[in-house]
Design a protein around this ligand. Structure first.
Ligand code: FAD
Length: 214
């Protein structure tokens, strides 16, 4: 199921594929960030099978379709035998590879509100390789203007992804102690402390003498 328009917003079934989102002209026009993220998932073969529901439920920090859905204030419709509930996609992830889904629950659809007039969005990701790689960082943004003034702006990556990308912790050692340690490490491995070629040849010669004598 993929229904809606720019005025009412869209309902996107969990089984809609990345390829369908990437190619649907209504999605491209209404939610460019989502279409861009869908177009970056794997290869065409992968996108023909990869569903938006699977992308979210997988809950990988590299999931490309998650940041745009969070920036667009989308809601996840979750169903079980007990009924249905709605959860903002921003609260759908509870950690790396973890979601708020209970064992008896399925994600059935996503409800994406209309972005409003004079809105735009984009998705950018960083990958070490150019093709067929997963995101190290993926950021989606969504901006709406009212009377030329920025009325709403959202730039999202899941909170738990930020933790993964936190800058490395600085050493608590003082610079002087760091350089002392560096110097002593260098001395331990310096060529002058390793046996030189002449020492090795001498050892070989002496072992040859020993073995011929025995
Ligand atoms: C070669 C390769 C490249 C890839 N590249 C990318 C990439 O660039 N970007 C990216 O984001 N991902 C990438 N992926 C990961 C994956 O293909 C996508 O995340 C895809 O969207 C997953 O969708 P799926 O339908 O295959 O889910 P599945 O793999 O079938 O499911 C994933 C998990 O979610 C559960 N699940 C699925 N649907 C639901 C549902 N409706 N309700 C509850 N649980 C559900 C499944 O039980 C499973 O645990 C890549 C995978 C491969 C193999």
């Amino acid at each position: 199921m993929l229904e809606g328009d720019g005025q009412r917003g869209f309902r996107v079934g969990a089984a809609v594929t990345a390829r369908a989102l990437e190619r649907d002209p209504r999605i491209v026009a209404t939610y460019p960030a989502l279409a861009e993220s869908a177009a970056l998932v794997g290869s065409i073969q992968i996108r023909n099978l990869a569903t938006v529901g699977g992308n979210l439920c997988n809950a990988a920090p590299s999931a490309d379709m998650a940041p745009p859905l969070v920036a667009l204030d989308a809601e996840a419709v979750i169903a079980s035998a007990g009924g249905r509930r709605r959860v903002p996609v921003a609260s759908f992830f509870s950690g790396v590879r973890r979601t708020v889904l209970a064992p008896d629950e399925l994600l059935v659809e996503l409800v994406i509100p209309a972005p409003g007039p004079r809105s735009g969005g984009a998705y950018l990701r960083h990958t070490p390789r150019r093709e067929l790689d997963i995101a190290v960082v993926g950021v989606a943004s969504q901006v709406s203007l009212t009377d030329g003034v920025c009325a709403k702006a959202a730039s999202r990556w899941p909170r738990w992804r930020r933790r993964l990308c936190a800058p490395p912790r600085r050493s608590r050692r003082s610079p002087a102690s760091r350089s002392r340690r560096r110097r002593s490490r260098a001395q331990r491995t310096s060529p002058s402390r390793r046996p030189g070629p002449s020492a090795i040849s001498a050892a070989r010669r002496s072992s040859a003498v020993t073995s011929s004598a025995s």
